[in-house]
Design a protein around this ligand. Structure first.
Ligand code: ADP
Length: 235
């Protein structure tokens, strides 16, 4: 398994953001975490990236604990946070070179050019990040998450705020990336899951309430919206 989560709970003070969540994600799968705002999606993703350790339970990436082997597991994970924190006053190449240096990549210049090409940034590659549209900034975010060729890619709301054309482009890119590695993405929009994922995990109030193929969810009467309504929450 690329990612194994066992009996994970996460508390912030008295509040349980996640309660006893277990999940196995194999390689070459695009998995969608779907749930309303506040469900616990970002918290689960941060635990996989090693950004924080779970209050209870274990998280493993490629068979290693993110708590006891933080450096090795971080090398295996690429992360695009919800508010893609790219440096607006840096040039694209300058920023990606900086990220490549943080990962101690030896062939930095080649790798930066390769990843710029892969995410479709070549025509914009001379620009400052602050001069880019939201869709191209999201590509820079994907480039920094992919530059060290991780096995697992974590994308927090990767398509939020994009216009319809940008949306289609980023969806295609995510699907292509997911052919060769594990992708876990979050969204609160059912259509995003249907467009990009093979498998969907529903999270509600910190609990994993459904885990199935997108196909079988879509075949249910009323689809995912009906499932959420039955749980007392709108998607
Ligand atoms: P989602 O990504 O599904 O919108 P989150 O994982 O961001 O949900 O949040 C789950 C719950 O945990 C929310 O109630 C949120 O307010 C709370 N939470 C998340 N991060 C923190 C934090 N650092 N401190 C306190 N509460 C937090």
């Amino acid at each position: 398994m690329s990612v194994t989560i066992q009996n994970v709970s996460q508390y912030f003070g008295e509040q349980a953001a996640l309660s006893d969540v277990s999940l196995d994600v194999p390689s070459s799968q695009v998995l969608g975490l779907l749930g309303p705002n506040g469900a616990g999606k970002s918290t689960l993703m941060r635990l996989i990236t090693g950004y924080m350790s779970p209050t209870k339970g274990t998280v493993e990436v490629c068979g290693m604990s993110v708590t006891s082997e933080p450096l090795e597991t971080k090398r295996r994970v690429g992360y695009l946070p919800e508010h893609n924190p790219v440096h607006l006053d840096m040039y694209i190449q300058e920023y990606l070179d900086y990220v490549a240096r943080m990962h101690s990549l030896s062939d930095r210049s080649d790798r930066v050019h390769e990843i710029i090409h892969k995410v479709g940034l070549t025509p914009e590659s001379h620009k400052l990040i602050g001069q880019l549209s939201k869709g191209f900034r999201q590509r820079v975010g994907l480039a920094q998450a992919l530059i060290h060729d991780p096995d697992v890619l974590i994308l927090d709301e990767p398509t939020s705020g994009l216009d319809p054309i940008q949306l289609v482009d980023i969806r295609e890119l995510v699907k292509e990336v997911g052919q060769r590695r594990t992708v876990i993405l979050s969204t609160h929009i059912m259509q995003e899951v249907e467009a990009m994922c093979e498998r969907v995990v529903l999270i509600h109030q910190g609990r994993l309430v459904e885990d199935d193929t997108v196909q079988s969810f879509s075949n249910q009467e009323g689809g995912l919206e009906a499932v959420f309504q039955s749980l007392g929450s709108a998607v």
